[in-house]
Ligand binder design. Structure first.
Ligand SMILES: [Zn+2]
Length: 319
């Protein structure tokens, strides 16, 4: 009797231990945060349950170049003008975006916002952005309860993540001549032209706190130093296009202000006027100077040059 009790006890302990070991990786897996670069300033951040998109722009139309930008030579696709109807590439979006819970938009330029109405309507995601961005969403019939308008300074809790909205400024395009105080007005109705979805409406950055990580995301090549000083992200998505060179000690100040983040992911460095299939070799070569700047300012930081749609899993942080 005693012996069978002992066998039973040992068996139970063994089963419980096995269950515990089996559950361990599953529990960790649920906290695994994975980033994916969508091109331009676009990112997907997900733990498999909660999916957050930042500036998702997958259409990569042959659109009007930004000041100082150039269309891809030999592009035979339709060339869009400012007064053409803003037409996202639904097939491309749908082949890559299956779900989203939140879409964060840094500013209302077409290379950040063109695809967002379709993604919001398709996935039911809430769209967080400036009044200008939300007015574009309203024009496309994104329901009011899915719109969260911010101006910078907010720090909101959303279930499994929290979001600090950071006032920021736009890339100093056209050798610092770029300036826009334009805002998309209320009361517009789709279809809108590219020009109508391109009034900057102010620029924001976002700090996402998610499973022990702090991910700082910029949508362009500029920042307000006092707004980012003292943040301590372990992952920073930093605008790495050439216009950053207009800014005094861009990478050095940022690395010091952010206390030397463990991982830097360059963003908004590719030629977004070219389709995914085109070579980004010139942009990749230009990116090397950014990598060098970061490494010089912060030798322990790991700079990962992202490939389109390739999963970048973050180390799981013990809670
Ligand atoms: Zn812009």
């Amino acid at each position: 009797m005693m012996k069978s009790w002992l066998v039973c006890f040992v068996f139970t302990v063994t089963v419980l231990t096995t269950l515990a070991t089996q559950n361990q990786p599953t529990a960790e897996k649920n906290n695994q945060v994975v980033l994916k670069y969508l091109g331009t300033a676009g990112w997907e951040i997900s733990d498999g349950t909660m999916t957050i998109l930042i500036d998702p722009y997958l259409s990569r139309i042959n659109g009007p170049p930004p000041p100082g930008g150039h269309p891809m030579p030999g592009d035979v696709r339709r060339a869009f003008r400012w007064d053409d109807v803003a037409t996202p590439d639904i097939a491309t979006i749908d082949s890559h975006i299956q779900r989203a819970d939140f879409v964060l938009v840094t500013h209302t330029h077409y290379d950040h916002v063109l695809d967002v109405p379709h993604i919001a309507l398709k996935t039911g995601a809430a769209v967080i952005g400036t009044e200008s961005t939300e007015n574009v969403m309203r024009a496309y019939g994104v329901p009011e309860e899915k719109l969260i308008t911010v101006r910078g300074g907010e720090d909101y809790q959303f279930g499994s993540f929290s979001l600090k909205v950071i006032p920021s400024i736009h890339s100093p395009l056209d050798h610092k001549r770029y300036f826009s105080s334009a805002t998309a007005p209320a009361g517009m109705k789709a279809p809108l032209t590219l020009e109508q979805i391109h009034p900057e409406g102010g620029t924001l950055a976002y700090l996402i706190r998610f499973h022990g990580h702090q991910i700082l995301a910029f949508g362009g090549m500029n920042y307000i130093e006092r707004e980012v000083a003292g943040l301590e992200p372990d992952v920073a998505l930093i605008g790495a296009g050439v216009s950053r060179k207009e800014i005094y000690d861009y990478s050095g100040r940022l690395m010091r202000d952010l206390h030397y983040p463990a991982i830097v992911l360059p963003t908004h460095w590719d030629n977004f006027l070219a389709p995914y299939s085109a070579s980004q070799q010139p942009a990749l070569e230009a990116l090397q100077s950014f990598v060098q700047e970061i490494v010089a300012a912060s030798p322990k930081t790991k700079v990962i040059v992202p490939k389109y749609f390739e999963a970048i899993p973050l180390e799981t942080v013990a809670k």
